[in-house]
Design a binder for this molecule. Structure first.
Ligand code: NAD
Length: 702
């Protein structure tokens, strides 16, 4: 055996020659992003293998994955040569076949690199995908050209535009990869090359499989709809379709030019900011992650709307769940509701029967709290009532093993007060899920006064297990998201009192990119919960503060939202319509408050709603409820439908003319009137600006 092993010029790529096969290993911890050093390292290693007379080469990754993507921190500046397309050209030009041996993930530039190799083999469980579109980009190193040649146009459009990750087995099925490894990945890759004389096989020279135009158009239409008019989605589709033309070189150049143009677009910079913000939100300064305990068994107390969703989310992550209800009847109802949701997923084709059965088998029910004594974590999701929750926590604290964590899913209540009498207060943490809990990605982790570092670290690890986006908050009414949302909703209601119509308000904010307006959301979730809260708070209300009576009158008229067939809108015909009864209630409220209705345009409405969000965000940062401005952005994007491509409310505000934001804040203060609290918006935006500089590097230079 003839073996030479050495690091290439740059140790980000190591080189080893054995029996005429060169092994190029990308080694750029933690996830082998394609940095400049990696790109140069691959080109050097290919040259070296050529000089060494290699018969073939295997390109693989060291550590936990092949390549997670390009190095986004390079995207704000001109990208230094060799760029990724140059690297791929050198692989294609090598006189020997190169096989990409992937494991863990092969994403973005990593998948494009693999597509530039002659063959691809993946370890079982490898996830492959092109997430560029979700970052406001298009794949820029041949992804839009090579994917359709391997899997066809409509699948390419679907894969690229939905930024979907697919597992190795599926990638093999559709022809994106050539083999799934059965044994050791590297051995299998070598055997793949050695088994028969593999010719060079450049994907860029293949013809896409034949496909009906109608199918391609249908895939494109679906992608455009889902892409909500973002320009990069239309570009990605155009580029994929261009594969039909004869000139591959021209199409590759076109793709690169579009990628370069988009790289510094507003959308791409905002989405890159969010990408980093999401990762920062999952960290807490000074917290030792190693303190986290594994969570394998979870107890959920309360099997209502939230308890069922939380149970489903845990089951989907492979955890064992014990669901507790008040009595056998309630338990039966909750368990059959969960089973029904699993069945529905099977009939919709989202889940296989086997997977659903496995999840069902991992769920048990009980009425006795003792059954939870072996759980690693118990989450209570009982009624939003201080006395009920305090009692439930006390009972749980008595039965749980030392070291087990105890979480409350309260939306508003004071967790410090709720846990005050417990023997082990330090094990209590807030885990605030959003409805539907198995679908929504946001998970607010509420760090109470006494929450131990170990429990906080466990909660963050648990969020990762569930695939949720954590944001850490301190105890406060509504934590981060609901508190900001309350200020936004209040501003929306004042706009209606002062002259706008509910549909004008909803349309204005949908025009900004929100999925729904505040009144459509209120109708969807039901008006009664907020009504009950207002009644509870009535004795403490400041009589001098402006109070909008419209929602109370709507509730009194039985207009409790969609479930009642009417709320802010008439829902009797399916699609919500304005309703004269609502106009009458609004007119009466204006008359009683002595308001002469003003005319509002969509831009004013939009800016006022955003000002309310930005102001409240600044207040809660001042109060220390959220740690970083970017955490608020992450919460609003993941939990409240704030448009991703705008980066979040504070990021959005930081990119606006500061004088215009200040004018909006003055108008906000006037409209809210007595009791308005002005947040330190200027300093918060300055802080965000400083963090942005660190996160995005010299963005403007590009
Ligand atoms: P729900 O009324 O649908 O469910 C509560 C369930 O708890 C009921 O099934 C009830 O039988 C059960 N329960 C009550 N006391 C119990 C006890 N002592 N032991 C066992 N089970 C008991 O309420 P929900 O909407 O699921 O809300 C639950 C919690 O989640 C509340 O704190 C709420 O504020 C919070 N939350 C709700 C939402 C939402 O959108 N619904 C969102 C986030 C958080």
């Amino acid at each position: 055996m003839n073996t030479q092993s050495a690091a290439a010029a740059d140790s980000s790529v190591t080189y080893e020659m054995r029996d005429g096969i060169a092994v190029l290993r990308i080694d750029n911890p933690p996830v082998n992003v394609i940095s400049h050093a990696v790109r140069s390292g691959i080109v050097d290693a290919i040259d070296r293998a050529t000089a060494d007379g290699a018969r073939g080469a295997v390109l693989t990754g060291a550590g936990r994955c092949f390549v997670a993507g390009s190095d986004l921190s390079e995207f704000g500046k001109p990208i230094a040569a060799p760029e990724l397309p140059d690297v791929i050209r050198s692989i294609e030009a090598a006189p020997f076949p190169v096989v990409a041996a992937t494991h863990g993930v092969a994403l973005g530039g990593g998948l494009e690199l693999a597509l530039g190799c002659d063959y691809r083999i993946a370890a079982p469980g490898t996830m492959l995908g092109l997430p560029e579109v979700s970052l406001g980009l298009v794949p820029g190193a041949g992804g839009t050209q090579r994917v359709p040649r391997l899997v066809g146009w409509s699948r390419a459009i679907e894969l690229i535009c939905a930024a979907r990750r697919i597992p190795a087995a599926r990638a093999f099925e559709i022809g994106l990869i050539d083999a799934v490894a059965e044994g050791d990945l590297l051995d299998d890759a070598r055997a793949f090359l050695a088994g028969q004389e593999r010719p060079k096989r450049r994907a860029i020279r293949l013809q896409p499989p034949a496909e009906a135009d109608d199918d391609i158009d249908a895939a494109a239409e679906k992608a455009l709809r889902r892409g909500k008019g973002r320009p990069n989605v239309a570009e990605a589709i155009r580029l994929v379709k261009a594969t039909a033309g004869a000139d591959a070189e021209a199409a590759l150049k076109d793709e690169r030019a579009v990628f370069q143009e988009l790289r510094t677009s507003d959308d791409a910079v905002a989405l890159r900011y969010l990408f980093f913000a999401e990762r920062r939100a999952a960290t807490v300064a000074g917290l030792d992650k190693a303190l986290a305990r594994d969570v394998a068994t979870v107890g959920v107390v309360g099997g209502g709307t939230m308890g069922q969703g939380i149970a489903l989310a845990c089951l989907a992550a492979g955890l064992s769940v014990t669901l507790i209800e008040r009595d056998d009847d309630a338990l039966d109802r909750a368990l059959s509701a969960v089973a029904g949701r699993l069945d529905a997923s099977v009939s919709k084709g989202r889940l296989t029967r086997d997977a659903a059965d496995m999840r069902r088998a991992a769920l048990t029910g009980a009425v006795d709290y003792e059954t939870l004594s072996g759980c690693d974590l118990v989450i209570e999701a009982v009624f939003e009532d201080m006395a009920v929750k305090t009692d439930v926590l006390a009972r749980l604290d008595r039965v749980l093993a030392p070291g087990a964590a105890l979480a409350t899913n309260t939306s508003y209540l004071d967790i410090d007060a709720m846990s005050a009498g417990l023997a082990h207060r330090d094990r209590v943490v807030g885990l605030h899920f959003f409805s539907p809990a198995d679908v929504m990605t946001l998970l607010e982790i509420v760090r109470a006064e006494a929450t131990s570092d170990a429990v906080l670290a466990t909660a963050l690890g648990f969020a990762r297990t569930l695939g949720k986006q954590p944001v850490v908050a301190r105890v406060a009414e509504g934590f981060i998201g609901n508190r900001v949302f309350a200020a936004y909703r209040r501003r929306a209601e004042l706009l209606v009192l002062d002259g706008a119509s509910p549909q004008q308000v909803d349309e204005a904010i949908v025009g900004f990119g929100f999925a729904m307006g505040p009144f459509a959301v209120a109708d969807m979730s039901g008006l009664d919960i907020a009504w009950a809260m207002r009644k509870r708070q009535a004795p403490d209300r400041d009589p001098k503060a402006r109070y909008v009576t419209i929602p109370d009158r709507l509730c009194e008229a039985g207009r409790l939202g969609r479930k009642a067939g009417k709320g802010w809108y008439d829902h009797s015909g399916g699609t919500p319509r304005p309703d004269p009864e609502v106009d009458t209630i609004i007119d009466a409220a204006r008359a009683a408050a002595g308001v002469t209705p003003a005319d509002y345009d969509a831009e004013t409405i939009r800016r006022q709603l955003l000002a309310a969000i930005v102001n409240e965000a600044a207040c809660l940062l001042e109060d220390g409820i959220a740690e970083r401005p970017s955490d608020v952005d992450v919460a609003l994007v993941h939990g409240y439908g704030f448009p991703r491509w705008r980066g979040g409310p504070l990021y959005w505000a930081s990119r606006q003319d500061r004088a215009a934001i200040e004018a909006d804040l003055v108008a906000l203060a006037e409209a809210v009137g007595h009791g308005h609290r002005a947040g330190p918006v200027g300093p918060v935006l300055d802080r965000l600006g400083a963090e942005l500089g660190v996160v995005l590097g010299a963005e403007q230079e590009g």
